[in-house]
Design a binder for this molecule. Structure first.
Ligand code: NAD
Length: 510
């Protein structure tokens, strides 16, 4: 069933229209274009979402620009108070948000709560942001002259987020942007846009002035409008690599500061001395959590030949215990985001077979605890995947775990470093020397040592290397603060009569 076929069958009057959020209220804008928002576990359209025009984006940017004038002058203490109140409301009502995530994304409720918890960490970091605003101060750099630096907000910033973390990724960026004194236009994924609106209205309840955070729904037209708008000073983007590259190149050509986080293909190297039971648990958790729709999912296990048979056996045994189904029913793994995406992911199973790999567990045969029209594909394990195969090379973004057999550490490291992506990677070993070599030698931005999904805590920063991040600022943590502020150096002298006299030479220190 295609997306459009599903739409025709199931667009009765029951669907609701999702508006933008501009200047502190729902706003319909002027565009008449809309897109369907599915419940992927039911395979049915549940909402229509508006797709903003360039004129709609202009209106939102105007609201943000007007609101910024006051927000930038609001004290750090007051901005942090808003973030504290937001954190408390979010914590109290996280179940409500988790249910929204499950109904539009499909991830199971426990996973949705995990997403919110990891996003809330960044809100908590933003509550203490005053600490990072401290500049440097050098007294008497020249007689009677002091130099100091201050960090100031940059203005209106655009945040463009992907479907797979509809709450966490916006929280990563807007929490710090707002606490640092910027105004925000958030353009969430049109596939699961309700979380963004829900959070915007919660921020209003927490005391955020109208217009400081606006949500504009849309597709390429609204993104292009943000990338080119002269009053949008910076862009934070998260999504697939081709779009991240496009966003980076386009927005920088318009003079903007840009961080564009892209796609991934994360490897887990299992050495013969690893605890194979713990490594198999980790591979299953990191490969199939959120149906593999995580940028930090493990999609390739590099298993050293001597333990590969045993490891594959352990992984496939564990996969037999997983329940795939509706995220509200206590299952382990939910559906994929759309039927089109589900079919694309499933097509790699045929590619694997024709490329000479061996399909150990075929997710197309899964028994599902859910509506038959849901976008289901069960956990899939493919062994002996050649690195020349598209199954190895492409970011599949689904519950398909590949095993590539290697003869040892060097071959495994070579494969990791040969990948165009560099988001996350993990090594499983009990050998401290091998682990230390790995963390130094892997050309990847986030390394796990016996940790399969090494997403850093909020006071470090998140980001990959190579085609997984365009720009030089990672997300959240100190990088996030630097990205959303600009530093000013002030040279100051309080004049007294001894400073008089004319001298046209370049200033020198005395
Ligand atoms: P996507 O690239 O399709 O969409 C991301 C955003 O870009 C959405 O808001 C979308 O509306 C917009 N967009 C889509 N097509 C566009 C176009 N032609 N021009 C301008 N804007 C466009 O990504 P997705 O499918 O929503 O998310 C999954 C991808 O995101 C995966 O590749 C995943 O690895 C990546 N991701 C990366 C990270 C990271 O931290 N590196 C985190 C989460 C997701």
């Amino acid at each position: 069933m295609t997306d459009s076929a599903t739409l025709e069958q199931t667009t009765p009057a029951a669907t609701t229209m999702l508006d933008h959020w501009v200047d502190g209220a729902a706003w319909s804008g002027t565009s008449t274009r809309t897109a369907p928002v599915y419940n992927p576990a039911l395979g049915r359209v549940q909402h229509e979402v508006r797709l903003a025009s360039t004129a709609d984006v202009d209106e939102a940017v105007a609201a943000a620009t007007a609101a910024w004038a006051q927000w930038r002058d609001t004290s750090i203490a007051k901005r942090q108070t808003v973030m504290f109140a937001f954190r408390e409301l979010l914590n109290a009502r996280k179940q409500e948000l988790a249910e929204i995530l499950t109904s539009e994304h499909g991830k199971v409720i426990s996973d949705a709560l995990g997403e919110i918890a990891r996003g809330m960490e960044v809100v908590e970091f933003a509550c203490g942001l005053g600490h990072l605003t401290k500049g440097a101060y050098s007294e008497n750099v020249s007689t009677g002259v002091d130099v100091y630096t201050v960090k100031q907000p940059i203005g209106v910033v655009g945040i463009i987020s992907p479907f797979n973390f509809p709450a966490m990724v916006p929280l990563w960026f807007f929490s710090i942007a707002l606490a640092a004194g910027n105004a925000v236009i958030l353009k969430p994924s049109e596939k699961d846009p309700s979380a963004a609106i829900w959070m915007a209205s919660l921020l209003k309840e927490a005391g955020l002035p109208d217009g400081v955070l606006n949500v504009v729904h849309g597709d390429k037209e609204s993104v292009d409008a943000l990338l080119a708008h002269p009053d949008v000073r910076a862009i934070s983007f998260v999504g697939s690599t081709p779009i991240a590259r496009y966003v980076y190149e386009t927005a920088t050509s318009h003079g903007k500061r840009v961080q564009a986080l892209g796609g991934a293909k994360n490897h887990m190297l299992v050495l013969p001395d690893a605890d194979l039971d713990l490594a198999a648990d980790a591979a299953v958790n990191a490969g199939f959590g959120s149906a593999g729709e995580r940028c930090m999912a493990i999609s390739v296990v590099l298993a050293v030949d001597t333990i590969a048979d045993e490891f594959v056996e352990k992984v496939s045994q564990r996969m037999g215990t997983l329940r795939t189904g509706d995220g509200t029913r206590g299952c382990d793994m939910g559906p994929l985001i759309t039927q089109v995406h589900r079919d694309k992911v499933a097509s790699y199973i045929d590619v694997a077979a024709s490329d000479g790999a061996s399909v150990v567990v075929d997710g197309r045969d899964v028994e599902v605890d859910g509506d038959p029209d849901g976008f289901w594909l069960g956990p899939t394990l493919i062994d002996r995947v050649p690195t020349s195969s598209a199954v190895y090379k492409d970011e599949i973004f689904g519950p398909v775990l590949s095993v590539v057999r290697v003869d040892g550490y060097e071959e495994g490291l070579g494969i990791i470093n040969g990948s165009p992506y560099g988001n996350g990677t993990a090594i499983f070993t009990n050998d401290g020397g091998a682990a230390r070599r790995f963390q130094r030698e892997a050309h990847v931005g986030m390394i796990g040592i016996n940790v399969p999904i090494p997403v850093p805590v909020a006071y470090h920063s998140f980001g990959g290397w190579k085609a997984s991040l365009f720009g030089d600022a990672k997300a959240y943590g100190p990088h996030g603060f630097d990205f959303f502020t600009q530093e000013k150096a002030v040279t100051s002298r309080w004049l007294d009569p001894s400073h008089g006299g004319l001298n046209l030479g370049f200033p020198q220190h005395d």
